[in-house]
Design a protein around this ligand. Sequence first.
Ligand code: FMN
Length: 210
Amino acid sequence: MNSLGIRRPFIVGIGGTPRLGSTSEMALRHCLKAAEAAGAEVELIAGPAIELPLYDPVDPHRPPAARRLVQAIRRADGVILSTPAYHGTLSGMLKNALDYVEDLRDDPRAYFDGRAVGCIVCADGMQSMGTALVTLRSIIHTLRGWPTPFAAALNSAAKPFAGGGPLDEDVARQLAMVAEQVVDFAETRLIREMVEQERGEHQRMRAPAM
Ligand SMILES: Cc1cc2nc3c(=O)[nH]c(=O)nc-3n(C[C@H](O)[C@H](O)[C@H](O)COP(=O)(O)O)c2cc1C
């Protein structure tokens, strides 16, 4: 329970590249740190953890890494996605990982339903930051998620992480804002759930005995 009387929201961060310590992975790590500081419980699923076989809707077999990913999203109150810009869009590796969200199609909360999804895009050029972000947000909309109003767009060429931390105030501020917006939305949903539950209990108590 936190100071609002609700459980800590669970936020899962997904992204990076096969290269450990890539810019998009570092950005995701720092964004999750900010989410933790804002009161969330977090899980990082990055780099090799999303190097999954091409999603096959017909074959029901899922490797452990895919099961971990789907389970984490199922449990999540919010999601943060981080991608490098590859040829003007998100990486194939992240897109393939997002294809596995199809396994949540028949869940009571299908796909990203009811979850805020924060975006981080890392690119060597301004143009691809914009186009990759637009595509990522379109995917989130399709998956019934709520892209946060603010997204972090980081210039990889400027090496935005130095000595294990954000290079400057601007990088830190962008990642903190994404984290705070995801956590705020998740907490709002949890408060609503609590109010609805209490209202239901109140109504049951007032119902005449049969
Ligand atoms: C296959 C590939 C395609 C890329 N396409 C673009 C691109 O279209 N626009 C751009 O600004 N950067 C592009 N880049 C650069 C990456 O966005 C950049 O290397 C990444 O954000 C940071 O690298 P890191 O995550 O390995 O540290 C590309 C890189 C690769 C490997």
